[in-house]
Write a protein that binds this ligand. Structure first.
Ligand code: CP3
Length: 364
């Protein structure tokens, strides 16, 4: 039988992309959102050498160094480019700073300020494209490199709030009191994100993730009006590039029926619903459906004891589909996370994932 003869390629270089394609794998691949970051002493050292976070992002050699660190330290199955979703806002004309309290953006305050925003070309973030090229060279085929951007609605929240929103009052004022201005801003961000991600793929990114970190503050109707059409436009524009497209709607449990209509290859889930129920709500799993899911361990479980971590990992693997699952956290890893627990997580996903029964045919 053809499918028995095409054994999965038993190596780390292929696992992640195979799982994104809903194909058979030797074990479940894992990468971790924010895997390069403050919980890693290696990162702390490189960041200290750079002086500050933005300089680290803008120095391709150092950005490449921290991109590769978690691959070596943890043995994850994909690298994610080290950068930040806010970087393209600066090129649009909104100056950016990272402070002790988090990111600060000079916010747009009027329709005229939205009109004045530019749609930059990818080359204007040339340091990002150079970091992608260096990472590919440095990774040398060991694991694939994921590029990323913020999804349009999440980018809008930073442009309007000027920081990470709390109640998202400024955002919702714009959406509800001046929807035509909101749509103009979303339109400009969307065009920026498309060019930026095309640039990353041209430079060598082998998969792309769109982070919709704050989309969970929208009700279904507003998701359909202000978020989904722009995500659809980004995904449709990138589709011809042929790399897997991952969409992460953080806090999106109430939105999954609509999220599942978007043309992504992989849907990243937070921890709020079990993965099986999440797939059901997304409408994934019909005959021939190769769409995959990514997730969804609560990042704070990593603070608990390792046996409890293993119990949770087993539960996720038992609930996830045998093909088309990329293990990840349900949101970014936190700064105080103990590194040995993260190493234990990667080891147990690989060990327990190898025992998942994956016989039978690939879906037609
Ligand atoms: O995943 C990775 O390892 C790649 C690097 C990466 C960073 N930010 C580095 C970073 C990625 C993929 C991001 C995405 C990002 N940035 C998102 C989407 C993911 C999510 O968590 O929802 C968002 C919302 C941002 C905006 C942002 N950048 C915030 C809110 C903060 C401050 C809070 C925090 O976690 O520190 C940042 C700063 C930031 N981005 C840091 C890192 C490593 C910390 C900077 C430091 O070293 O002090």
């Amino acid at each position: 039988m053809a499918c028995e003869m095409t054994e999965p390629l038993n190596n780390q270089a292929n696992r992640f992309l195979q799982a994104c394609a809903g194909a058979k794998v030797d074990t479940t691949p894992i990468w971790i959102m924010r895997q390069a970051g403050r919980y890693l002493p290696d990162y702390q050292r490189t960041r200290a050498r750079a002086g500050d976070f933005l300089t680290l992002c803008k120095t391709p050699e150092l950005a490449c160094e921290v991109t590769v660190q978690p691959v070596e330290r943890l043995g994850v199955d994909a690298a994610i480019l080290f950068s930040d979703i806010l970087i393209p806002l600066e090129a649009m004309g909104l100056p950016l700073a990272f402070t002790e309290e988090g990111p600060k953006v000079r916010p747009v305050r009027s329709g005229e300020e939205i009109e004045a925003l530019r749609v930059p070309e990818a080359a204007e973030c040339g340091f990002v494209m150079e970091a992608v090229r260096l990472c590919r060279r440095e990774l040398a085929g060991r694991v694939p490199l994921i590029g990323f951007a913020g999804a349009p609605f999440t980018m809008l929240t930073y442009a309007v709030e000027g920081q990470t929103g709390k109640q998202f009052v400024a955002t919702k004022k714009l959406l509800f009191a001046a929807p035509e201005q909101a749509h103009l801003l979303l339109d400009k961000i969307t065009e920026t994100v498309i060019a930026y991600l095309r640039g990353q793929v041209a430079a060598g990114a082998q998969a792309l993730q769109l982070f919709d970190s704050w989309v969970g503050v929208l009700g279904v109707e507003d998701f359909v009006t202000f978020a989904a059409p722009y995500v659809r436009r980004v995904l449709t524009a990138l589709r011809p590039l042929g790399v897997p497209l991952i969409y992460f709607a953080n806090g999106g449990a109430a939105l999954l029926e609509e999220v599942g209509k978007l043309p992504a290859d992989v849907f990243a889930l937070d921890w709020r619903l079990p993965i099986g129920l999440g797939r059901q709500r997304l409408g994934i799993g019909g005959p021939g459906d190769r769409r995959a899911v990514q997730g969804n361990l609560d990042p704070m479980v990593l603070f608990g004891p390792v046996p409890e971590l293993e119990r949770r990992v087993r539960a996720i693997l038992a609930d996830a589909p045998p093909r088309g699952h990329v293990f990840n956290l349900g949101h970014g890893i936190l700064p105080e996370t103990p590194v040995p627990h993260v190493q234990a997580l990667v080891e147990m996903v690989h060990r327990l994932g190898a025992a998942v029964p994956r016989d039978g045919r690939d879906p037609a």
